[in-house]
Write a protein that binds this ligand. Structure first.
Ligand SMILES: *Cc1c(COP(=O)(O)O)cnc(C)c1O
Length: 428
């Protein structure tokens, strides 16, 4: 495929935007080469600036669960825009989307809207600290909760050591309050709690990890965390920015029948506009300003265009719950097809999948946490990525990302994708 115009646009962008992008993974650093510039998108397809059509498995990293330029969402935004784009005053539509979200998700009474998943997680942790009066948090290596300071902490060697910042600009003071645990390792979580008695405000987790590939929680893992939280007066925060309104109407609380104390949303809840949200039961949410002392605010929070997009999206998902079944079936079909082709071509691999999240790892060991995810063969992944791109299939330009399946994908698209994997397998 030809990427002449994309290359030229990237060169221009690099002069005025750091690295040419407004979010790092987009720069293709993990796979090499020049990022593809999108011109437009419809349904399951992206059309780039050079006129190539790409079957899209990123879907804006999750939000476009019903496909690009989904008409009910587009129409809702267009109609709203004609009536003014921001007021900084309450509007009825904020209550409408809040009522709908609260009705779809178990175990929440109130929800506060913000502008991104980052803000949602950052605010959820502040609320957890304010509510419990404790400072420390536990997060899991390989889980992503946005780019706010407390979360940019990498696994050191020992899981029970204090976190050290993995970005300059995050202070040691901030990092020391973030404890790192290994995903799917409950003994590790127990040890951290024992070593920090009465100091831990919350445990934040992606209930299905999606930012180190797709990693499901082992059976009983979430339940065990829940019970530790109950015993030690720790709040459990489910970061459902990726999984919320994707894996089920009610997200992972519904899927695994485990209750969280605070739930974070983003991605699907905004229908492709910048939206995040966090939600909890009244006793916790009432600690938030203006009802309570924990401060949180936003000039554009609850923005009418964003709320219109989100409301149209949630309305669609709420009234067509069969979408989740269809998505799972399509993803399972893709899973089987890719597994068969990789096996036939003797390519070492592991495929993880939950619902409409799937990831292909080029390693035969089970992928259950960050360490096992990091073992995958990155050279193979790079070749795979570029081969797929040349075949007209766009997957995330990083071995640590989940593929997001959209309902706009037809079975022909899935077959096209499996055929591309077959073709690419020949030279991996
Ligand atoms: C994407 C993501 C975030 C961050 O959301 P942004 O809208 O990019 O700030 C947080 N948590 C999880 C699990 C995510 O996948």
């Amino acid at each position: 495929m030809i990427y002449k115009r994309s290359s030229a646009l990237f060169a221009e962008a690099e002069k005025v935007i750091p690295g040419g992008v407004n979010s790092p993974v987009r720069a293709f650093k993990g796979v090499g080469g020049t990022p593809v510039f999108v011109k437009e998108a419809k349904g399951a397809y992206l059309y780039d600036e050079d006129g190539n059509r790409l079957v899209d498995y990123i879907n804006s990293w999750g939000p476009m669960i019903l496909g690009h330029a989904f008409e009910p969402v587009v129409n809702a935004v267009v109609e709203k825009a004609k009536k003014g784009t921001s007021f900084g005053m309450p509007t009825e539509i904020e209550t409408q989307i809040a009522e709908l979200a609260v009705s779809m998700v178990p175990n929440i009474d109130k929800i506060r809207f913000v502008n991104s998943g980052t803000e949602a997680c950052m605010s959820a942790v502040r609320l957890a600290r304010g509510y419990t009066g404790k400072d420390k948090i536990i997060k899991f290596a390989g889980c992503y909760h946005g780019h706010s300071d407390s979360f940019l902490i990498q696994a050191g060697s020992g899981a029970s050591t204090f976190g050290s910042p993995n970005s300059p600009g995050v202070t040691k003071g901030t990092a020391k309050d973030t404890l790192l645990a290994r995903y799917n390792d409950i003994e590790n979580v127990k040890a951290l709690i024992e070593g920090n008695k009465n100091e831990i405000a919350c445990i934040i987790i992606e209930p299905v990890a999606g930012n180190m590939g797709c990693i499901p929680p082992k059976s009983g893992f979430l339940e065990a965390i829940r019970s530790l939280c109950d015993t030690h007066n720790i709040l459990l925060v489910f970061d459902e920015v990726m999984t919320g309104f994707r894996l089920a109407k009610g997200g992972c609380q519904e899927l695994f029948n485990v209750k969280a104390d605070i739930v974070c949303f983003g991605k699907v809840i905004g229908g492709g506009l910048p939206v995040g949200a966090f939600a909890a039961r009244n006793e916790i949410m009432n600690h938030l300003a203006p009802l309570g002392p924990v401060y949180q605010a936003g000039t554009l929070s609850g923005n009418p265009l964003a709320m219109a997009a989100g409301l149209a999206m949630l309305t669609e998902l709420n009234s067509h719950a069969e979408v989740f079944i269809r998505l799972e079936e399509k993803t399972a079909y893709l899973h089987e097809g890719i597994a068969k082709v990789l096996n036939d071509n003797n390519i070492t691999h592991t495929i993880n999948r939950v619902g409409s999240m799937i990831s292909v790892h080029f390693d035969e060991a089970e992928v259950v946490d960050f360490d096992t995810a990091a073992k995958g063969n990155n050279d193979t992944f790079k070749k795979f990525f570029h081969g797929m791109l040349d075949s007209g299939v766009y997957i995330a330009p990083s071995a640590f990302e989940t593929w997001f399946i959209t309902d706009a994908l037809s079975y022909e698209d899935l077959d096209f994708t499996i055929a591309a994997v077959n073709k690419v397998s020949k030279f991996l």
